[in-house]
Design a protein around this ligand. Structure first.
Ligand SMILES: [Zn+2]
Length: 477
């Protein structure tokens, strides 16, 4: 709640009237957040001052605190961004003339703080003040650019092509070292949404552009198909309604420049995002521990660390798959589902399935086949927990050579299966007893539909097959 008054003499009376009104309506106010007699205040992204409305310092710090370029590529990026905004910059060519001279290849790059530094400061002032930076019109659509470099995240929000606010931060150590490229790019989108929350929350006409094409696909897929870290990020994005669009990286000029000349990490969002990522990593490893013993996990990790192809795969996920020219032939088998791969603790995962390195595949197949549940059972079990190219063929071959599986299959063939013609023609019944309470489960053969009935009389006598059938019939009648 923001309350202002023109005459100081009347302010106390107004404040008391306001507090009384809140009390009357049952509104509770937090006294720690109460600020009285302020000459300036930050409200919804703007700094309201006695002299008028000014851009919030945070809105412009991504530009204002940008370090001076240390080489030609850095200067080229900075000027590229300024050129992108040139139509809103008065005297653009004159202001940037001295900086452009530094781009000439036949001149040594020497950034003189007195000459070039002054020009840069002047350029930054132009970039962070109107008419370049505009106020948001809530009735008009907005467009956000979000981009990630190998060490930073950059974002900018625009309306009618004109910037409203800039934002950037450094990647945290975990993001830099452990995240797949797709996760860093998604982190940029999450960062942009969180930072520009007040502009886009409950707004329908929001477009976010990314330079990373696989992000579009994973954003459209179901949450469960995404790796755990991405799931957490996608969950954070669910409160916003936006269209995610791909544009080539060369068109994300402002966000790209901000991500490469990002501010040192001093953003609360980063710590929060890192915490969520750590939780996601724990969940990912926990899902593995549910299906594998610690010794098995250690065996897979050792085999992964010693296998060159596996290490190439880890590196490829880290640098991304967008450039076909840099994809190693050794990892081409993974390209079709590359956007679903992530790395946690030196292992590669697709959803809850761990990618098994070459030297551990025989042992993994042996364990999957250990209960001799036939080819379909083994493949189904494998697909719940593990993954490697050629896995299905390996399992088929193993079961084909197995005498025990062959014997089971022969026995099951003696009674050919005929599908029931109506829903309750054939059912399966069984009981289970959690916490001393008996339940009866009845499943239809035709559809797999099941019903669970709580059995009232307790304690039950021993539930043999005939009693179960009688009870099932009684429950269905
Ligand atoms: Zn077998």
């Amino acid at each position: 709640m923001l309350w202002s008054w023109r005459h100081v003499r009347r302010s106390t009376g107004c404040l008391i009237a306001l507090l009384n009104r809140c009390d009357e309506k049952g509104l509770r106010l937090n006294k720690d957040k109460l600020q009285i007699n302020r000459k300036s205040i930050t409200y919804r992204g703007r700094s309201l001052t006695a002299d008028g409305v000014r851009p919030d310092k945070r809105k412009i710090s991504a530009i204002g605190d940008t370090p001076a370029p240390i080489d030609r590529p850095a200067l080229r990026r900075l000027l590229g961004m300024a050129t992108y905004l040139a139509r809103y910059l008065p005297n653009f060519s004159e202001v940037t003339g001295k900086l452009r001279e530094l781009l000439a290849e036949d001149v040594e790059f020497q950034f003189d703080d007195l000459i070039h530094g002054n020009v840069l400061r002047q350029l930054k002032q132009l970039l962070v003040n109107a008419p370049v930076l505009r106020y948001l019109d809530i009735k008009k659509p907005v467009h956000i650019q979000a981009d990630s470099s190998s060490y930073g995240i950059g974002a900018a929000i625009f309306q009618d092509g004109q910037p409203v606010e800039y934002a950037s931060r450094s990647l945290t150590r975990v993001e830099r070292d452990s995240y797949a490229q797709i996760e860093r790019e998604m982190a940029a989108v999450v960062f942009a949404c969180n930072r520009f929350h007040s502009y886009i929350f409950r707004k329908q006409d929001v477009t976010i552009t990314t330079g990373h094409k696989p992000l579009i696909a994973i954003h459209k897929k179901s949450l469960t198909s995404a790796p755990r870290r991405l799931q957490r990020m996608l969950l954070q994005l669910q409160r916003y309604a936006f269209t995610l669009q791909y544009v080539p990286g060369s068109q994300l000029i402002v966000a790209d420049t901000l991500s490469r000349a990002c501010l040192p990490d001093k953003d609360d969002d980063a710590g929060h995002d890192e915490l969520l990522a750590a939780i996601a990593d724990d969940e990912q490893m926990e899902s593995l521990r549910m299906v594998a013993l610690p010794a098995t996990i250690d065996m897979i990790k050792s085999a992964a660390a010693a296998n060159n192809q596996y290490q190439l795969l880890l590196r490829q996920i880290h640098v991304g798959w967008h450039d076909a020219a840099v994809i190693s032939p050794a990892v081409k088998d993974y390209v079709t589902f590359a956007d679903e791969l992530t790395t946690v603790g030196g292992l590669v995962f697709k959803g809850d399935r761990v990618v098994i390195p070459q030297d551990a595949r025989a042992e993994a197949s042996r364990r999957i086949h250990s209960s001799h549940i036939g080819v379909n059972g083994c493949i189904r079990r494998a697909r719940e927990s593990v993954l490697y190219p050629g896995m299905t063929a390996d399992i088929k071959l193993m079961v084909f050579r197995c005498a025990i599986c062959a014997e089971h299959q022969a026995m099951s063939h003696k009674e050919p299966y005929t599908a029931p013609s109506r829903p309750w023609e054939r059912v399966k019944v069984d009981n289970f007893t959690p916490r001393n309470q008996d339940y009866l489960v009845t499943t239809r053969y035709l559809s797999g539909y099941f019903e669970v009935d709580r059995l009232c009389c307790h304690p039950q006598p021993r539930l043999d097959a005939s009693l179960l059938i009688t009870m099932s019939v009684a429950q269905q009648c």
